[in-house]
Write a protein that binds this ligand. Structure first.
Ligand code: JFZ
Length: 443
């Protein structure tokens, strides 16, 4: 029996016997999903980057910190928060249209405001706003209907609303004078328990900025997650190792990285809505980044920042749907696909150039990327190579070649030694990327 068959059988057995889920089985959906929607939504969408007539530099959801807004003043935003245009089904439909398989929404960001009905703190959207609805409940229901997984961002350490939470020095003084465990015990831990108890299956918890966290404090969250929802993944920013690594924001590694990981990234520059941030990445750029990340072994978690009315900015919607349209044709080369077996196509270090730390500069190459499945290579062409595509170093025999946009149009292949030549049509099939599928057999 093949190893993969044995593993699959074991995974099923352990489920049936109610034994702990194997790590491999637990990671299955994440391995296949590849593309998720991040949503940063909170009270910060009201000022949208501006406080008392002043544009506040930096990311939108940090406005309370950047403008050193006192808790008493910032709290006033809650009575103005009434996102009447919020429609959970439309948001989930957008994720679906974009070809995304999971959603991660801010249940509580650093400002401390819970975007769901929390019993642990009345500083929440149901109890403190005229809106009174629980958007997380509505999203959970819409996700269940559309079979999209739902996870929660939860700021476990920074909480600028609480005297003992990390991060608010302008109201409460330095962190090292705080009773941080008091805050964890009375707010963060009860709230994470609520999120894992009242909203159905939670695919992951996205903890962040582990100020003041240590092994023991992290372990309390890990134990709670394992006890309440053993299948829930923990990201890489809790304060000790999670189920996968979270890369730096918008930081795509240069080369293939082993193990499970995710790149959290923005469509413009901010996470939380900012009215003057219009630096939108193009669909071409987003598609390249998605393919680039998958070809290196990771997942792409791409963010939208809805307005205080509950609307996802139109450019975000348009650009995400363009990627989704490409995925409709080419998804086979993305979902569940593994990294490149090559690597030279990713770029190279230029030894004649050094960065500010004296290290040689890595110069990415952008002509093509490769993703894989058993017996398949997918060559994503970003720059049309002309009449043929040439590849060196392939050991396997190519038994069939075609474009994913035209599966019946078998392409002529020549293999001499380890040099492969595939005859291509004159024009690319898609301006975002044309995917050449190669069916292979081991020699
Ligand atoms: C954090 C948050 O502070 C920010 O508001 C946003 O939610 C973002 C997704 O995460 O910011 C970080 C955290 C870690 C890194 C960069 C920004 N990092 O490791 O590079």
């Amino acid at each position: 029996m093949k190893l993969s068959v044995v593993c699959a059988a074991l995974a099923v057995c352990s489920l049936a016997g109610a034994q702990p889920l194997s790590q491999d089985a637990k990671m299955k959906w994440f391995r296949e999903a590849k593309f998720g929607l991040f949503i940063h939504w909170g009270l910060y969408a009201i000022p949208a980057g501006e406080w008392k007539g002043q544009a506040i530099p930096g990311i939108g959801e940090w406005i309370m910190n950047r403008a050193k807004i006192p808790v008493k003043e910032y709290e006033g935003l809650a009575s103005q928060f009434n996102p009447v245009k919020f429609n959970a089904d439309e948001w989930v439909k957008l994720a679906e249209d974009a070809g995304m398989k999971y959603i991660v929404i801010t249940s509580k960001h650093h400002d401390g405001f819970a975007m769901y009905g929390s019993k642990a703190s009345s500083y929440n959207i149901v109890d403190a706003t005229p809106f009174k609805r629980d958007p997380i409940k509505e999203l959970a229901a819409a996700c269940a209907r559309r079979k999209i997984r739902l996870g929660f961002y939860y700021s476990q350490a920074q909480d600028w609303h609480e005297p003992n939470g990390a991060g608010n020095s302008w109201d409460f003084g330095p962190d090292d004078k705080k009773d941080f465990d008091q805050y964890l015990r009375t707010k963060a831990e009860p709230q994470v328990r609520e999120l894992l108890s009242g909203y159905g299956p939670v695919c992951l918890i996205w903890f962040d900025t582990p100020y003041l966290m240590n092994k023991e404090r992290s372990q309390r969250f890990i134990d709670m997650v394992h006890q309440l929802q053993p299948a829930t993944l923990i990201d890489g920013r809790l304060g000790s190792a999670g189920d996968y690594r979270s890369m730096g924001d918008n930081a795509i590694p240069n080369n293939v990285v082993e193990g499970y990981w995710e790149v959290p990234a923005t469509l413009n520059r901010t996470w939380g809505y900012k009215k003057d941030d219009n630096e939108w990445k193009t669909p071409e750029d987003l598609t390249f980044k998605l393919v680039d990340i998958v070809s290196k072994g990771g997942n792409y978690l791409l963010n939208v920042g809805p307005t205080a009315e509950g609307v996802i900015p139109q450019p975000s919607q348009t650009n995400l749907r363009a990627v989704g349209k490409w995925l409709k044709v080419n998804g086979e080369a993305i979902y569940g696909a593994g990294p490149t077996p090559f690597g030279d196509e990713l770029g190279a270090t230029d030894k004649t150039r050094t960065d500010k730390n004296g290290r040689p500069v890595f110069v990415p190459a952008t002509a093509w990327r490769c993703t894989t499945k058993p017996g398949r290579l997918y060559i994503h062409l970003f720059k049309w190579p002309g009449a043929s595509f040439e590849l060196n170093g392939l050991k396997d025999k190519v038994i069939k070649a075609y474009l994913l946009s035209n599966r019946r149009g078998t392409l002529k292949v020549k293999q001499v030694g380890d040099k492969l030549t595939v005859a291509l049509p004159r024009q690319p099939a898609d301006p975002l990327a044309t995917v050449l599928a190669l069916e292979t057999r081991a020699n």
